[in-house]
Design a protein around this ligand. Sequence first.
Ligand code: GLN
Length: 283
Amino acid sequence: MQAGIAYIRKELKDHYPDKEIDGLIRFLFATWKQYSITDLLMKKENKLTGPERRYLECVVKRLKRYEPIQYILGETEFYGLPFHVTPDVLIPRPETEELTDWILESTNIADPVIIDMGTGSGCIAVSLKKHLPLASVTGCDISQAALDVARGNARLNKVEVNFLKLDMTQQPPPGHLPKADLIVSNPPYVTDREKKRMHLNVTEFEPHSALFVPDHDPLKFYKALVAFGKQQLKPGGKQFWEINEAFENECADLLKAHGYIHIGSRRDINGKSRMLSAQVSFQ
Ligand code: GLN
């Protein structure tokens, strides 16, 4: 093990900062061998077998190309639950765990009807269903490949979630969708202009259709969500969004302009305005 870890450090030292390498090592051994940090110390004398060494070399080679470790290993964790990920879906982010947390904290209905728009890996939909077992949850996405991953994740976590292929910019919503208490969404919101400042591991590997919006229409998906919500929410139903911190006011104004009330916002752990909620009026 020690030799394996030393090999990873040596090979990656010109590619990643030391702290990030520590994180990669911890994630790799936790996912591959279910080792805790203590296991890593206790089992350091254990020898890797030939096939294990070759696997490690293969992982390191891909890390050197800045491929995200979650795609290399095919899995990650979100809200304490395991999720499969492929390059067809965004790797779930900690800020989206915060959104999930906020939704669970603010929901006082035991059996809400929830629609997750742009479900991707299904991380929000599956986590909500896990914590609200009486809820009826539907995850929608424009990508069939993403829906396949999301379905697998519902199975993996032993929850029943409906999945539906849907382009949220197409109105009106299909008639068979249930009227919802909650619409939640982490839609694409990074502008093309901001792309330049992003790391290679995001821009080269993650699905652009899940991340980026044109500079001239940064609220594209929120506009669709506002209209969708007015059709699909029950009276008093709520929207919960993850947003680009640069467009908090614009998103709130959009909601107000369409008659939404009780607009609430939350900052993420980095202090960035990252989440908005709003209620559709009762008329
Ligand atoms: N928070 C993600 C990032 O910065 C973006 C997620 C999104 O576009 N919905 O990479």
